[in-house]
Design a protein around this ligand. Sequence first.
Ligand code: NFE
Ligand code: MG
Length: 472
Amino acid sequence: MAPDKTLVTINPVTRSNGLLKVEVEVSGGKVTDARCSGIFFRGFELILQGRDPRDAGYYAERICGICSTAHATAAAMALEDAAKIQVSDNAVLLRNLIFGADFLQNHLRHFFFLGLPDYIDTPEIPPFTPHGAQRASLPRAINDRMMEHYRESFRASQMAHEMTVIFGGKAPHVHGIVPGGASVKPTIDRVTRFGAALEEVHRFIVEKYLPDAMTLGEYYPEDFQLGTGYRNLIAFGLFPKPGHPGIWTFPPGIAKDGMLEEVDQKAIQEDIKHSWFREQPKPENPWEGVTVPDLEKEEGYSWVKAPRYRGMALECGPLARLWVRGDYRRGISTLDRVMARAQDAKKISEHMKEWLEMLHPDAPTYTPFEVPKNAEGIGLTGAMRGPLGHWVRIEGGRIAHYQIVTPSAWNFSPRDGRGVRGPVEEALIGTPVADPANPVEVGRVVRSYDACLACGTHVFEPGRGLTAFQIF
Ligand code: NFE
Ligand code: MG
């Protein structure tokens, strides 16, 4: 490292899900290199081996407390693909509503609890203390109004969780999404309760969340220059359209150099050159890829694998998905991610109102699912942070192979064997850092991706000589 360079370690990055370490090299007041490390390993793909396939969703959901419904959905879809069954329209609607409510909960919590304290002057009381170098350029009245919305968002995100519970049974880690459909009937009382809560949450999104996100755009325009990254995006299809098998409410796609392409799952490979997994001759598609931890690997610096698409590192999240659908094309940056997520919440809540109207109290919600003796299946779905894939191979009626590729693995991947940085590592390059002792700018870029390292790493190993760092 050149003498004018400072190495700054943020560990863990606070106000994110799971344990993420970010190391940046700062030179001339800017980030010149970056490394993102997922610093815990949980081994869910290994835990699933040899189990009854019907348990896959229940185990996989426990990867995460914030996007558990995404894993329930992907697991159910993978098993339905293996069993070659189609779920009923009523089941599609119920699952979209359960999953949609979990999206709203996630986006509200991310904006108000995790992201907003980077932009407003917060009171000097826990959980906001100790105050770091806060950057608060908002007029006092606007700042106070947003703090008020911060408090109100507790109620709104709680109501979104309650909606998940009405059809999902519990939250997080719903019981209501099963291979074959949904397990809870849409009785009139449930539909009514869901509708009333949806109305209230939708109103909060339209009247408070979305305007607040736009206000940040007005007062912090410099953040449109921050965290731009590769500008290449990926989305999987999200929310199947009832009555239209294979068609999605939010379509899948790749935006590369501004051009849209279709997604081919066969072009996805996971590179593990810099991940703590046993070396393999080449990057593998999840059908061949395995999970064999190797903590002694010298080049390793993360428990996150590096998903690549034809060798490309692609960014994902609400911005990528709305970009592919043509709903948001303002730009690709830190603040664009924040604003697109707010738009996403509004659009999802509007779709949910339509789906609720389409539910039929007497139509079937479940198609009998039998575990196939030997079969393979893939479940691909959009999730809160981007594309999620589950790959399952069943042999002798048990799970023989299970691979999971999560959104946060795409975004927070380490370098690959060709030295290509992960998307967030790349996005950090050029970030101005006014005070290396308090690198708040780095935190803002990282948080715009709504990191979830619980999903990304899917044996917690404390220590490793890492320093704790508080950057609130
Ligand atoms: Ni734990 Fe998750 C989402 C999945 S990973 S949050 O969304 O899948 O990014
Ligand atoms: Mg995996």
